[in-house]
Design a protein around this ligand. Structure first.
Ligand SMILES: Cc1ncc(COP(=O)(O)O)c(C=O)c1O
Length: 469
């Protein structure tokens, strides 16, 4: 309750945070009908894998905030390093000065990154990381005298951010219905979602189909017009889509053959979610030209992200015929000293045991969640590392998600909230990605609550005649 009283300290007497939000706050992803007038669950405190809501109820933080509280809430070491860094140097302009934490963090990231990824450009989060990678690709091709080579390949089910260009890559249903985008710059491919592969197609044949589609698209559009492929190793917000074995390696090879930059978006998978600092090399055996990261780099304690760029690309720029070409891109908070300092301490925690714990507990986490497939509403439970998705369907034959109720995920979340678990609802799916420090007993609690929440939702749907499973 300590955190609760802190909240009341920062709000004027008699004011209620939810009411204030309804009057003054525009929250992310609102609907037009309730924009600027929404009451969302008020979270007052956090400790370990738990958060506390406004009524003082303790909840397991099932999505770890937004896939970010990797080492858990209320880590004294992280709080202290932020305080110490703020007292030593709270900010310096990255335009013409630098600070030590960012240089040290860039070295540590280079040590952990695959292939020849050697340099990091720090940003304020994931969208700005993806945006930076894409603007860098444009700059790189301009300097190399290939101004036509700018198109970006992206996939259905993708989520890469909320800035204009990064959002133009998004491929989840509904995200773009009412939003504009730089569509002329993007070519979309199929989602590599094995659960939604065509009927009667094996997973191996599905992988071949995806690779053929990629190769055919490059041939049709022309490699000389395509600058980059951007993909999440595991599509996160698209519903934890784990691609077929070998798929990423094969796509990587096609990109190499066609001089298309392979950008691995590890905003979710980086910094421990799959038990390694980066999943591209250690889990999927690929060496991208760039990796974007954010979220887990500070375990969500400070908004920081970045792009790691290969030595090869930087060397080509240095040796180009245009040494005076300016990469006109930078953010006020690029290389923020507090963000980089907290990221260094966070990396110490990850490499000092949290990654190993994540690797050890992941099979148990996945196996326990898999038992939810016993419930008839559940079409599939899938995942890797400490990220998983429970996908609900009207029936397993049609796999129809919408006939059911487009808010089935929210219904499950509401029941689970009552029972002590926060769920990330995604239409017909529930995403689970708890802090990496979760214990076996806590996994058991999480799965038991989720099972009960789904069972209650099944009862509701039956009672309302929406579903007959
Ligand atoms: C894979 C991926 N890329 C980029 C982003 C955007 O990151 P941010 O919200 O920090 O801008 C997200 C956010 O969820 C993400 O999941």
């Amino acid at each position: 309750m300590a955190a609760q009283s802190k909240i009341s300290e920062i709000i004027e007497d008699g004011d209620d945070a939810v009411e204030l939000a309804k009057r003054h706050l525009v929250q992310p992803w609102p609907y037009a009908g309730s924009v600027g007038a929404e009451a969302r669950a008020l979270i007052g405190g956090g400790d370990g894998i738990y958060v506390t809501d406004a009524s003082g109820k303790r909840l397991i933080d099932g999505p770890a905030g937004m896939w970010c509280i990797n080492v858990g809430h209320r880590r004294e070491e992280l709080a202290r390093v932020m305080y110490d860094q703020a007292m030593a140097l709270s900010y310096n302009t990255p335009w013409y000065t630098m600070n030590a934490p960012s240089a040290e963090l860039a070295r540590r990231i280079a040590d952990a990154a695959p292939g020849d990824l050697s340099h990091t450009f720090f940003t304020t989060g994931g969208s700005s990381a993806v945006e930076t990678a894409l603007r860098f690709m444009q700059f790189y091709n301009n300097v190399r005298g290939r101004p036509e080579k700018k198109l970006i390949l992206s996939r259905g089910g993708a989520y890469h951010g909320s800035t204009y260009l990064s959002a133009s890559l998004n491929g989840r249903p509904r995200d773009r219905d009412w939003m504009d985008g730089a569509d002329e710059l993007v070519v979309k491919l199929s989602s590599p979602d094995p659960f939604r592969r065509p009927k009667d197609m094996s997973i191996a044949a599905f992988a071949d189909f995806l690779v053929d589609q990629f190769r055919d698209t490059v041939a049709r559009v022309g490699a000389d017009r395509i600058g980059a492929f951007v993909g999440e190793p595991v599509q996160a917000s698209g519903g934890v889509v784990v691609p077929p074995d070998g798929y990423l390696k094969r796509i990587r090879e096609i990109c190499r053959e066609n001089d298309i930059l392979f950008v691995s978006d590890e905003v979710v998978t980086g910094f421990g979610r799959l038990g390694h600092v980066f999943a591209s090399g250690d889990v999927f055996g690929i060496d991208p030209d760039m990796i974007t990261f954010a979220k887990g780099v500070t375990s969500g304690y400070f908004p920081l992200g970045g792009v790691i760029i290969s030595e090869r690309l930087l060397e080509e720029l240095r040796r180009s015929n245009h040494p005076d070409a300016l990469f006109g891109h930078g953010l006020t908070y690029t290389s923020h000293p507090i963000g980089c300092a907290v990221a260094l301490k966070n990396l110490d925690l990850l490499e000092g045991g949290v990654l190993q714990h994540a690797r050890e507990i992941a099979p148990y986490f996945q196996a326990r969640l898999k038992t939810l497939e016993e419930l008839p509403l559940v079409g599939e439970v899938r995942g890797v590392g400490l990220m998983a998705c429970v996908e609900c369907v009207a029936d397993r034959e049609s796999k129809n998600p919408l006939q059911l109720d487009k808010d089935v995920g929210k219904r499950i979340d509401a029941h689970c909230h009552e029972l002590g678990l926060l769920v990330r609802p995604l239409i017909n799916m529930c995403v689970m990605s708890p802090p990496l420090i979760i214990s076996r007993e806590q996994v058991d609690d999480m799965v038991a609550i989720l099972r009960e929440g789904i069972s209650r939702t099944m009862d509701d749907l039956r009672k309302e005649g929406v579903w007959r499973g």
